[in-house]
Design a protein around this ligand. Structure first.
Ligand code: 5AD
Ligand code: SF4
Length: 456
């Protein structure tokens, strides 16, 4: 969960400016939605705060992908009850993927009746209206659209950073992987018009942004829903031409739609970073089929080989699910085999979590928690030395780092990322935040690199 959204507005205590606090769970799509909500609130004269005790508005922007994220929201909501009792004027809103489920809205209505506003993923642009209506009526407002309508362009955005930005290129997902709730919460796939995307990036570049991350549930199928068809590779080439943008990233790629054309454009576009997040989820062909992933282990490995051949210094990261229904020891061995063969730079690893309403929920032979946990640990034991080995190759090299922040523990230490998305720590002045610097890597760790600024 990430609480912080920087605001251009500072709190003026004499004027009693109203404040908001947004807590965000889940993916980058949600993070960016929160930035849009922050933009609208700034426009309404609110300022951002992290002081939960005194804020006027709390928004929980929720995630439904795994059960633990869902449970945490209930836990946190429970803690707000006393706050609302002491300060009845406080507005509490819940938004995001959880709100797309009627059953969850009913639970909140019943057990957390102090919540003032509930809205979903498709109508967050109505936030100012929800607040105004609530202020007038003091009634609980529930407004959730089942499906996403036309894409709303031009919403104000209050971005967390001044040098790297998220840009949506599409919304929703048509893939219906059998474990996944996202197609039910984010609706059908809809691509943004390329002109709107390019204009947004041009504007960002004029404002001094150096890095953009193009967001979509499956960016590789970008453009398929547009009247004038265009591929993701073509979009990348258009954005690559925009001056001032030094780094282009994108998330997430589905292996079934990874084309040669895309690999080639990644190779040829100088701003596109040498990093690909390519979730493989499971190694066994049998499990991949039941997951409805529409590729095989062999096809995945073929993609990886092509990527490594065309872009030799590429870092490949992934998502892996352990304990999908029916997963045998042999199936799990296939997952370990892929991990060993690819040499992932890092991976998000998940215990399979039953999601109500997905096809996998109904599947028999669910794997027991004990077995899931045992396999999960085995996976980490294989994965971590591989991640370390990948990092070790950086020792002695000089890499370009976009400086992002000071280290949490030591303000004299800066943190930033390489083009390959490695987190690097090194000593330096915080004025360097937002700039590109060359750093010599001194020491590799499993998840981070340590270095020193290379003055040459
Ligand atoms: N259980 C566990 N992990 C899941 N993911 C999506 N749905 C589930 C689930 N039901 C993981 C996938 C996806 C990532 C965003 O979350 O690995 O790529
Ligand atoms: Fe979920 Fe699959 Fe769509 Fe990704 S591609 S959001 S895992 S359904």
């Amino acid at each position: 969960m990430n609480n912080k959204i920087n605001s251009t507005q500072t709190v003026d205590k004499t004027k009693k400016q109203k404040t908001y606090l947004i807590s965000t769970w889940g993916c980058q799509m949600n993070e960016h939605d929160s930035e849009k909500m922050a933009g609208m609130l700034d426009g309404m004269g609110y300022a951002c705060t992290d002081d939960i005790q005194h804020t006027d508005l709390i928004i929980y922007n929720t995630c439904l992908v795994r059960e633990n994220a869902e449970l945490k929201v209930y836990g946190n909501l429970g803690e707000l009850k006393a706050l609302k009792r002491d300060r009845p004027d406080l507005i509490i809103a819940v938004s995001g993927c959880m709100m797309q489920k009627k059953e969850i809205r009913d639970i909140i209505k019943e057990k957390y009746s102090f919540v003032d506003i509930m809205f979903g993923t498709h109508n967050l642009h109505k936030l100012p209206q929800f607040i105004a209506n609530h202020n007038q009526t003091s009634k609980m407002i529930i407004d959730v659209w089942e499906e996403g309508g036309e894409i709303i362009e031009g919403l104000p955005v209050q971005r967390k950073y001044g040098f790297k930005a998220f840009v949506n290129i599409m919304y929703g997902c048509n893939n219906f992987c059998s474990y996944c709730i996202v197609p039910y919460t984010r609706g059908r796939e809809r691509s943004r018009n390329p002109k709107d995307i390019v204009n947004e990036v041009i504007k960002l570049s004029k404002e001094g942004y150096k890095e953009i991350t193009l967001l979509g549930q499956n960016v590789n199928s970008y453009g398929k829903t547009l009247e004038n068809k265009i591929s993701f590779a073509q979009l990348l080439r258009m954005i690559d031409k925009i001056e001032g943008i030094e780094r282009i990233r994108f998330m997430t790629s589905h292996p079934k739609d990874l084309s040669e054309e895309l690999i080639l454009s990644m190779k040829e576009c100088t701003s596109v970073c040498e990093h690909l997040h390519l979730p493989f989820q499971a190694g066994s062909n049998r499990i991949l089929e039941i997951m409805n992933r529409k590729y095989t282990k062999e096809k995945y490995l073929e993609h990886v080989n092509k990527l490594k051949k065309e872009i030799p210094n590429i870092s490949i990261t992934t998502d892996i699910i352990v304990g999908f229904p029916g997963e045998t020891e042999e199936d799990f061995e296939d997952t370990l085999d892929v991990v060993r063969k690819v040499g992932f730079h890092s991976a998000f690893t998940f215990l399979y979590s039953v999601r109500e309403g997905t096809p996998a929920e109904k599947m028999e032979n669910q794997v027991s928690d004990d077995v899931k946990r045992k396999r999960f640990q085995m996976l980490l034991d294989v994965l971590h030395p591989i991640n370390y080995e990948a990092n070790k190759k950086y020792e002695g090299k000089v890499v370009e780092v976009l400086v992002e922040d000071t280290s949490k523990n030591n303000k004299k230490v800066l943190s930033g990322r390489t083009r390959t998305n490695k987190l690097v720590h090194f000593e330096g002045n915080k004025d360097l935040i937002g700039t590109l610097v060359n750093v010599e890597i001194i020491k590799a760790k499993t998840w981070t690199l340590e270095g020193k600024i290379n003055e040459k």
